[in-house]
Write a protein that binds this ligand. Structure first.
Ligand code: MRU
Length: 353
């Protein structure tokens, strides 16, 4: 078994939250301290940290930090502040369900503790512990996803992945990239094609950086190259992450995922989605119900600060798309696999049928 580097995107020390600034990668490893919940919300919005599970984890710490800021207020005003903190954090990015999942868990904990008369430093400690639990559970979930997913990866596979779903998008290890990591750790001979993932370049900036740390062989391709590589028989599997999975198995993920799923179907290539169960939103029936984030057009018309389009151009920057369940071969979770994804299978998987 190979020993891989333990990449972690955040550090929490003495109630301080330090995050690896993903806007600076791969050129600089800069750690930023986020000092209050408003800075946490801004860091999520500005994509200093990103990736569905990590947004949830950082949101949870942000909630605990917010309560710490106001811990000496009386119970009524603390409750008002808690709602304010929740709303600010939840509105930082709309598509990944992990943020509301983690914040709902934090507010439930807050309510339970305050109902028991727990306030002040004890309340803050308990909330930081709950955020740490969310953080650690995610790490273990990723390892389990890696274990379940790795067996689907055949020896000598050439795998295509999109966006960044690795240690940088989670508490560590990763979901789709975690499956790739686990296969490599288990000494499988694999090769990774990394979609550059326009416009934010999570593939070429972040996934390539992670693969390089581990020595996993890869090549970056432009997003539009995938179809032709499939036609040439050079891709054996596609594996991506998820930002939200609805009851019928539709998956919201980084823009470009839907096109890959159509191409994979056309070329008879397995299309895997790797995600923790915290990425499922069983309150939403289907993909069309998901809010798709639209980001600043400047992310398309510029590369960094350099213009790459006529100044007057308008641009539509849809950050995510929806892949229908019928295009997905298997969803890989920490609790096992869901194959031939549909509503009934998902209800059964969550013991709700
Ligand atoms: O806009 P981003 O970088 O936050 O988008 C990230 C993705 O789309 C990932 O594929 C998804 O969050 C899964 S990460 C394990």
């Amino acid at each position: 078994m190979k020993l891989l580097r333990d990449i972690r995107p955040i550090k929490v020390e003495n109630y301080k939250l330090l995050v690896l600034n993903q806007l600076k990668l791969p050129f600089q490893e800069e750690w930023l301290e986020l000092k209050d919940y408003l800075q946490v919300a801004k860091a999520i919005k500005d994509m200093i940290i990103r990736g569905a599970p990590l947004i949830g984890i950082v949101g949870a710490y942000g909630f605990a930090m917010g309560i710490k800021q106001y811990k000496n207020q009386n119970p009524d005003s603390l409750k008002v502040k808690a709602d304010q903190i929740y709303n600010t954090l939840i509105n930082s990015r709309p598509t990944a369900v992990n943020l509301s999942w983690a914040l709902d868990r934090m507010t439930t904990k807050f309510k339970n503790l305050t109902q028991k008369g727990i306030y002040g430093s004890k309340l803050v400690d308990e909330l930081f512990t709950e955020a740490k639990r969310i953080d650690l559970e995610d790490f273990h979930a990723n390892k389990a996803i890696g274990g379940y997913g790795e067996v689907l990866i055949k020896e000598n596979s050439r795998i295509l992945t999109h966006c960044n779903t690795g240690a940088l998008a989670t508490s560590g290890w990763g979901t789709a990239l975690g499956v790739i990591r686990t296969a490599y750790e288990n000494e499988k001979n694999i090769f990774v094609y990394v979609d550059e993932t326009r416009p934010y370049l999570q593939g070429s900036r972040l996934t390539a950086w992670e693969l390089l740390q581990e020595g996993i062989p890869y090549q970056i391709i432009v997003d539009s190259c995938a179809g032709f590589l499939m036609k040439q028989g050079k891709i054996d599997a596609v594996i991506v992450g998820a930002d939200r999975i609805t009851l019928n198995g539709d998956v919201a993920n980084k823009i470009g995922t839907y096109s890959l799923s159509v191409l994979a179907k056309q070329h008879n290539i397995p299309f895997y989605v790797a995600a923790p169960t915290s990425s499922f939103d069983l309150n939403l029936e289907k993909g069309e119900d998901i809010i798709i984030e639209i980001r600043d057009k400047k992310e398309i018309t510029h590369c960094g600060n350099c213009p790459v389009a006529p100044q007057e151009s308008d641009a539509l920057n849809l950050s995510f798309d929806i892949t229908p369940a019928e295009n997905i071969s298997t969803i890989i979770t920490e609790r096992g696999l869901i194959t031939e994804v549909n509503r009934e299978k998902i209800l059964k998987f969550f013991n709700k049928s």
